[in-house]
Design a protein around this ligand. Sequence first.
Ligand code: PRP
Ligand code: MN
Ligand code: MG
Length: 181
Amino acid sequence: MLEKDIERILVDQDEIIEISKRLGKQITEDYQNKKPLIIGLLNGCLPFLAELIKHIDLYCEYELMSVQSYHGGTKSVGNVKITKDLDISVENRHVIIAEDIVDTGRTINVVKDLLLYRGAASVEVVTLLDKPAGRVEPFIPKYIGVTIPKLFVVGFGLDYEGFYRNTPYVGILKESVYNKD
Ligand code: PRP
Ligand code: MN
Ligand code: MG
């Protein structure tokens, strides 16, 4: 049903699992004895976070924060809001922020700076998708699943007006869905 709104699948379910295994293994190697704290940024992070953590073989914790910049549409409005903060301290913790996508770089810069300000020992980023062509602020995530061109994608956590987050793949949304003229 949802697939009728999808122009083309960009990253399918099997690829997402393979990517998560690769990144999970890399994180496992890099964070030996560090007991990392993985912080997922809701809402988009959820499916990727759930897949990724299965492949991290370490003592680690995960916590969630809600951060919004798009307010439902196809463009980031550049106003990053923390709508649900963490309940725990990040002081002296090795933090890994988990994201579905890094686009303009605004969300990730705001959150990274905040966590460092709060005393995190280190802050790195793992993202399923990286869209470097969308950057308005420089940012290079340490762990990247796939680099994608400047297209509006939905699925596996990524939404358009709140929908499509529940697909098992990432796809390009048909222009006719958001361009109503
Ligand atoms: C989306 C996405 C990232 C962020 C990336 O979240 O999930 O968190 O935007 O964009 P940026 O690099 O331009 O900041 P959104 O604000 O749409 O909230 P959501 O996760 O609840 O969909
Ligand atoms: Mn998000
Ligand atoms: Mg969104």
